[in-house]
Unconditional design. Sequence first.
Length: 394
Amino acid sequence: MSEGRFGAHGGQYVPETLMNAVTELEAAYAKYKNDPEFVSELTELFNGYANRPSPLYYAGKMTEDLGGAKVYLKREDMNFTGSHKINNVLGQVLLAKKMGKTRVIAETGAGQHGVATATAAALFGMECEIFMGRTDTERQALNVYKMRLLGAKVHAVDSGTATLKDAVSETMREWTKRISDTHYVLGSVMGPHPFPTIVRDFQSVISREIKAQLYEKEGRLPDAVIACVGGGSNAMGAFYHFIDDKSVRLVGCEAAGRGADTFETAATITTGKPGIFHGMKSYFCQDEYGQIAPVYSISAGLDYPGIGPEHAWLHDTGRAEYVPVTDDEAVGAFEYLSKTEGIIPAIESAHALAHAIAIAPKMSRDKIIVVNISGRGDKDCAAIARYRGEDIYD
Ligand SMILES: *Cc1c(COP(=O)(O)O)cnc(C)c1O
């Protein structure tokens, strides 16, 4: 697709001051993406540092209990730093180093992307500054501590709702102030071209591995791949190498919060309209005046009012389906996987699991579902306990 367009979506809607930065990034990525030395260094980081390949685990007890399709879990929660975020971060920070940059900046919501970026910056000896909504710094204080421990400077953002969207806006603003030595490590398949393509390519290792691992175990393609969608990077990574395999259903699970028919939701495809924000054309949750609407989800990682442009296009063409999953359904799935398989998933990933739990029993036993477990759930235990009326800290 030319110039970062995915059908009507994508593009480069940035202020003039950022055009040089995105053009420089585009040229550098074109130069390095197939460079044998870059590819081998990144593979070494994936395998030697991030603990790849992540296992494709047959969830036997869950399959037995649901009594339908076989369920496999792609264990991105087993990656170093606990989620799929590290795949993209290692790729981008390596690219930034090749570009001669000495400083990286990034936004973060729950703190997973901030921690992954601070980790890679420590490894590469780069200066690192993270922007995080003040509300999120309070909800995820442990991750703030980790970022500081890793040597990053953390800025609490007070504008707007003081959450993820405001952190993205602030990081873009910071980038315009200091481009020459600084790379913006964007955390999802969003923002201006070339970010949606770069992030998708680095995350596509997920579907490349799923395909090979499932061939080894079952000798065939899955019938469905299910992933949660915030900006959409773990889902794009899990879908990418299956897009041309038309027999594989691709299902993205959006955070419906208290319900897609309430004002407390973050289900972008279900409730959003086309618009332009954060440098891209895509679908966004908007109010009656076309302003970006405040969004809500129990999951800080899915609490974003937009979706990456490639997902918007997969939706328009009907290649992928997008379904809303409520807080309540996700919390149920979080508890279910913990009790059934002994795996505590991220509350984000639990949105994808909830959908698998709903559809597996309706599918025959010879069908195969793969659920992407995008991260581990340790970070969520306090919030889920609180949701159930327990307070584990006070
Ligand atoms: C950040 C995050 C997400 C949401 O981001 P995507 O770009 O949509 O993947 C999902 N799961 C986990 C564990 C995360 O940390």
